[in-house]
Design a protein around this ligand. Structure first.
Ligand code: SAM
Length: 297
């Protein structure tokens, strides 16, 4: 039985789609699915804005681009804003509806084209030598057929085309987990200090594995972490020419998500934290939590 005919797989896939669809719809109620707005979210200011801008700088008018796991479409739309003929693929019809609804409200201001399509990326079947740029952000670790996906992306790019892939760098390292846990113990978070202390006493030596599960969002969705066992960086490196690699900081991303304080207070602290964290990663003292690859066919 293949996954496609396996009722268990189909059921999990439907639950995956529901979860991300809910997420996209709820998020869009607070903030339009548009990079012009999303770039100001604290998580993006600290973690992603510079890297997304660097990717967008590679997009030129008339390019044919594809995003895998586009959710509410903000990155696909941003590529179309730079004049690309941009397609976004996702599992969740609900997310794609959010993306389409928003696109219709701004399409007059977009110089490129946008198409959104529902696809199970595990069975990606792209036409050969078609795209100038294919991007995937935070979606590879949800896939169970990563080797197939990466091979399919390779043949779908035009020669010299860019595959931009950003995702987790495998299992979180214990040192990063301990630092993230310690910082979140000290800083104000959603959890009251008394509850943190109670949890520490209750879980004792098992506390780091709870923090690790929280960092990895284990169990968040049916396929959360399904692709963690596949070494996507090696899979891409074997087939593509890796032009640039960005190692993400070790613990700042998690602390950014947990720190409960007004942006005016939190952002300067987190910016300094990121500088220190990145220096420790560069020095080889901590393991990066994520990787971005610029890979050429
Ligand atoms: C963590 S979200 C990332 C969304 C977006 N790329 C971002 O960075 O904001 C993962 C996305 O992958 C999609 N996804 C998960 N499994 C998928 C599959 N098998 N096929 C297509 N999309 C999938 C989900 O619906 C969700 O939108």
């Amino acid at each position: 039985m293949t996954h496609q005919t396996d009722p268990d797989y189909q059921q999990k896939l439907a639950a995956e789609a529901r979860l991300w669809g809910d997420e996209a719809r709820k998020m869009a109620q607070h903030i339009p699915p548009d990079w012009a707005h999303h770039r100001h979210l604290r998580h993006n200011v600290i973690m992603h804005a510079a890297d997304i801008d660097a990717l967008l700088a590679c997009i030129q008018p008339g390019m044919k681009t594809l995003e895998l796991g586009c959710a509410s479409g903000w990155l696909t739309l941003a590529m179309a804003e730079r004049g690309a003929d941009a397609t976004g693929l996702d599992l969740s019809d609900e997310s794609l509806q959010v993306a389409r609804d928003y696109y219709h409200t701004v399409r007059d201001q977009i110089s490129g084209q946008v198409t959104y399509q529902a696809v199970d990326l595990n069975y990606l079947d792209l036409p050969a030598s078609t795209y100038d740029v294919i991007v995937v952000k935070a979606s590879l670790h949800h896939l169970v057929r990563l080797d197939h996906v990466i091979r399919n992306v390779h043949q779908a790019l035009k020669p010299g085309g860019l595959f931009w892939a950003a995702d987790t760098a495998g299992d979180e390292h214990i040192l990063s987990v301990l630092i993230a846990g310690a910082i979140c113990f000290v800083l104000p978070t959603e959890t009251a200090y008394a509850d943190k202390m109670r949890a520490l006493l209750r879980f004792g030596f098992r506390a780091p594995s709870r923090v690790k599960a929280s960092i990895q969002a284990d169990g968040l969705s049916p396929f959360e972490g399904a692709g963690r066992d596949h070494d996507w960086v090696s899979l891409i490196s074997q087939q593509f020419r890796v032009e640039k690699r960005v190692d993400m900081p070790a613990f700042t991303g998690y602390v950014t998500a947990q720190f409960k304080a007004p942006d005016a207070v939190a952002v300067p602290i987190l910016k300094v934290m990121r500088v220190v964290d990145s220096a420790l990663v560069r020095a080889g003292l901590l393991k990066n939590t994520g990787v971005i690859l610029y890979a050429r066919r």
